[in-house]
Design a protein around this ligand. Structure first.
Ligand code: ZN
Length: 215
């Protein structure tokens, strides 16, 4: 995967801020902007109970630069196609601590690529929001998490960044960082609720597989 050339991908060495993305979008339009930052190639998303979703991802090291720059545009393409607002590398079978997300609107994309993201502070106040996950298709549940977090990560060029986030973005960041530690949103629910949901999903996936076999 490392070193694969990307025709359209112009790697953002330092990921542009919201204002810079908005300026680019205004200039070339949403679709053309997104085509520039993502690959043509989508990757298959792992579904539960794939054991790879339960592994702890390893920190991106200096030697992983090519792999990360090759993976990020593919992960963005996979996330937008799903469609989803966040994707973590373990969901596509990579063991790197890398996430992509976009909690902007349809006409105001805010793509982000976060290398080695870590939560360095979390508010005592908790908030509840409904979550879903591309690795658990069709399942949704209210999850309680810290209302506000402070996040630290590295850009594609290694620059260190920090920001505070709350609302949808804060939840999305926490959900994706959970994936890097092998944690799924259903792990925040009671065992009873979690097992019920996972059984339901397993049954649905089995039916789907049988239908696909029958075709
Ligand atoms: Zn997820």
């Amino acid at each position: 995967m490392p070193g694969t050339p990307f025709r359209r991908y112009r790697a953002h060495k330092t990921w542009p801020g919201r204002a810079a993305v908005a300026r680019s979008v205004a200039r070339v339009g949403v679709r053309r902007y997104l085509r520039r930052i993502m690959s043509d190639e989508k990757l298959p998303i792992l579904l539960v109970p794939d054991p790879r979703l339960r592994l702890k991802a390893r920190p991106v090291a200096e030697g992983d630069g090519d792999a990360v720059r090759a993976l990020a545009p593919r992960m963005l393409a996979t996330m937008y196609a799903a469609p989803g607002i966040g994707l973590a590398a373990p969901q596509i079978g990579s063991d790197l601590r890398l996430i992509v997300l976009d909690c902007g609107g349809k006409d105001t994309p805010e793509p982000m690529v976060l290398v080695n993201p870590e939560i360095i502070a979390a508010s005592k106040e908790l908030g509840v929001r409904e979550e879903g996950c591309l690795s658990l298709p069709g399942l949704y549940a209210d999850v309680q998490r810290p209302q506000r977090i402070k996040l630290r990560w590295r850009e594609l060029d290694g620059t260190r960044k920090e920001m505070e986030a709350d609302g949808l973005l804060g939840v999305c960041m926490q959900h994706e960082i959970d994936h890097l530690n092998g944690v799924l949103f259903v792990d925040h629910l009671s065992a009873l609720k979690r097992n019920m949901m996972l059984r339901k999903l397993a049954k649905e996936l089995k039916l789907k597989a049988r239908d696909a076999d029958g075709e």
